[in-house]
Ligand binder design. Sequence first.
Ligand code: BGC
Length: 586
Amino acid sequence: MRLVSGPSRRWRRGLTAVTALALATTGIVVAASQASAAAGCKVTYSVNQWNTGFTGNLTVTNLGDPITSGWNLTWSWSGNQQVTQGWNGEFTQSGTSVTVRNPSWGAALGTGASVTPGFQATYSGTNTAPTAFSLNGTVCTGAVGGTSSPTPGPTTPTPGPTTPGPGTGAKVDNPYVGVAGYVNPEWKAKANAVSGGSRISSNPTAVWIDRIAAIEGTEGSSSNGAMGVRDHLDAALAQGAGYIQFVIYNLPGRDCAALASNGELGPTELPRYKTQYIDPIAAIQADSKYASLRIINIIEIDSLPNLVTNVDGAAGTDMCRTMKANNGYVEGVGYALAKLGPIGNVYNYIDAAHHGWIGWDSNFSPSATLFYQAATASGSTVANVAGFITNTANYSALKEPFLTINSTVNGQSVRQSKWVDWNFYVDELSFAQAFRTELISKGFRSDIGMLIDTSRNGWGGSARPTAASTSTDLNTWVNESRIDKRIHAGNWCNQSGAGLGERPKAAPESGIDAYVWVKPPGESDGSSTEIPNNEGKGFDRMCDPTYTGNARNGNSMSGALSGAPISGAFFPAQLTQLMQNAYPAL
Ligand code: BGC
């Protein structure tokens, strides 16, 4: 991912893949009745449970007159269930009674409208479902008026549409929770062929659909496998995987501020992108054969942020100016969202660059505004967006343990250092959480979650500092304290010294749906010297270890490894280094 330098929540803990095996899913529909003239409601309730805890998901539909000034939903537990956190509503529990009040942003509930609060809870013994729910004091019967006695005790699991989850039309809040990820066998085989690779090759990585031919499978291509989209989906079913990750990556005029990942479609080929790329992918993903899989799409990395940072000034490029002027990125992303989002088991995450790219105020809010514009372009709405991903294929550290944005040295802020360069963030986690809040303030749903690509941001090994520096010189202190050992935070190609980061993990931190490995470790970012190819890939000097840089990396050395093949092709020496410098260590 590229950068431009220069001055310019969700809560919940997740299940790991191990606990996932112990999951059970049950669901019930509660229908009973009540009272006042035009009041009525319907509630569906379902849980994913393990031995000591569970997540619960509710869909509450108002069947009566519009509610305008706030709603509350109440129920009682028959056991010792205790809500620990919730979303899409404010949860309180007193004894066995639970109350969920509307979140501050959603007091209204029109006739026929639904809300989807969810929560995490602990329990022991039997996790019996509540037998009655009330909305603003009216027992929910599934009808307006009706009989006044709540239907008692339906604890039998009901399959089908009452159980939110894959294939039922009701999406879960965080598709990573409670299920195992698909392991791409083609990447696995390449990783296994590198000494020590079997230690990491069973991790889920994303499948990049990086050209039209990749939909069917591209036998003979140097940077991709022979398996097509259906092959991967079939393999995911055979593996018993719960989720699979694809990267939608083929916009016209792709990678407008760099050359290494330019693609097959020219700047005016939006119509081809729609009909020959997105439409066929959507048709496959909508096949009911795959309804049991949560299909996660990472939408078009390195596209929209380029329109914010790489159009004007010294960092600007002709191709980015063209793609801004013709609106191809915005309409392309909107089209992808509009086609893929309505599929009941599909979850779209839009690429949101990384802190070393849009962490400056001049880029932060304008990027969020542009994302909203794209998410509502080409007939799309924000409902098609499950969240955003940061750090895709980049190297920004997840956490800087010895450095915060508020650190000072000798009375000087770290923001003044050459490394931080007036940015407002020093690491990805703090950036991703803050950016999520910004996105919601622009109109994205309050239940969006962030992903962080941790495939190559570990920065372990012998060069990793174990304490903050004791220097009194600002730049020396920052350089000795930071774990990200790049020459410049704008360097993005095959970085020397990098290590594998956190292993894929669901719901690791507040607001973060998962740590993911989207860039498959060991796949090159670009060739170190020019290599002719028929994929549209150019030679970007940011991948040449002898290059002295440009305006986008503060005219610094590229920090790239030598001997690299074209982007996407396997680079065993890089995987060896990533394993050596893994953090957490292998
Ligand atoms: C390349 C793609 C490749 C992906 C994953 C990108 O930089 O352009 O062809 O599939 O990386 O390695």
